[in-house]
Write a protein that binds this ligand. Sequence first.
Ligand code: 5AD
Ligand code: SF4
Length: 467
Amino acid sequence: MNQITVISPDTAEKADVASNTRKVFIKTYGCQMNVYDSNRMGDALASEGYVTTEEMGEADLILLNTCHIREKAADKVYSALGRLRDMKRTRAEHGRELMIGVTGCVAQAEGEEILRRAPAVDVVVGPQTYHRLPQALARARQGERVVETDYAVEDKFEHLPKVDKAKARSRGVTSFLTVQEGCDKFCTFCVVPYTRGSEVSRPVSQIIDEAMRLVDSGVREITLLGQNVNAWRGESPKGGEWGLGELLYRLAEIPGLARLRYTTSHPRDMDDCLIEAHRDLRALMPYLHLPVQAGSDRILKAMNRRHTGAEYLRLIERIRNARADIAMSGDFIVGFPGETDQDFEDTLKIVEDVKYASAYSFKYSTRPGTPGAELGSQVDEAVKTERLERLQALLLRQQQEFAEGCVGKTIDLLLEKPGRMPGQLIGRSPWLQSVNVDAKESQIGDIIQVRIIGTGPNSLFAERAGA
Ligand code: 5AD
Ligand code: SF4
């Protein structure tokens, strides 16, 4: 490890004096798991006297919690670090410290390389080791440039402070809760098995404890998170093994917890109990993010998805038999190596068959170290662009059709936050759409009945039912 930045005793003293009022700004890139992790890093740093700030300019510590899923996501980090280097220099000229840390999946994947490419960075901490962030910062303050990317032997969740109730409340009435991390599926395009490691499930008691703390602090809706959340396995309190379905039945018993969701799932891990949970649990919202990635069996095989298009469609039929009004969501990749026009038509066909309420779609991005990067027959960028446009046009049309199908319905709306107009709040429909309605701020956290009266580009409009 290089000893590069040696701070003067004078600066060190100032930092110590101000130790109770240090401010951290955390910039989150990528997925919801990173949002959860950023919050937990904030909690870990709070016990070291840091308060989180939304103003980058007033921060003493800036953390970039990064995403490595596609090339563009990783590039963004390096350009942000370039800007931060200038900021750090200006600060130094005014005798004020600015520490910079890179966390998340770019930290895990690039490690030392970040220190080489970005001289302003003080600490690099991977997703499995962020409970060690306070120690890493303390070492950096001694002048060391720290890289912490080993998979820790200890359970980071055991070493993180419990979720702070006041903080949880300030973050709103919905919350993420990570129950599972890592992935053993090894889709050939994906870096997750390398950056997040193999599948690890948090134990039942830890999850229930955290869910109860969140509910105690006013959270009404919890979204269980995992890179492969439906691969979650745990030991039942009565012995035997639980899957995600059983866990949802248990969580639905927590008084005051009105809504449950989970994301992201793999088709191969949708077991009977989980499907039955969609039939039985009022609290389990009728929304399912179940990526298929592509429609052609040849491409699905090359992607190592371990299912065919027909198997995916049969699965959706079973899920819809259990919960007819479920809104389907998915992820798609266009231009995987070797994808022909016909393969792409198969993707459009599966989208036509499923009818998605929402979806995310991407051009294939080569990730070093994944099997996909070794394949010949990479698809031309212009072809990828054209396919993505066609796919997105279809998905957008389906999203609008789904939204229009909601008009006239009376639904339960969880009021989440102030809207754009005074006197308006934004809530979430059971199908995860944003809904604008006239309501008072004191009603945030309430679930009210509204009638959908119109659609906008990214949200719905509603009036109070009975109004
Ligand atoms: N290129 C493009 N998209 C990717 N995804 C994962 N890896 C890649 C890649 N190399 C997409 C998948 C996944 C989502 C989170 O990101 O669709 O489900
Ligand atoms: Fe990546 Fe998801 Fe495939 Fe795992 S299942 S390798 S996280 S795309």
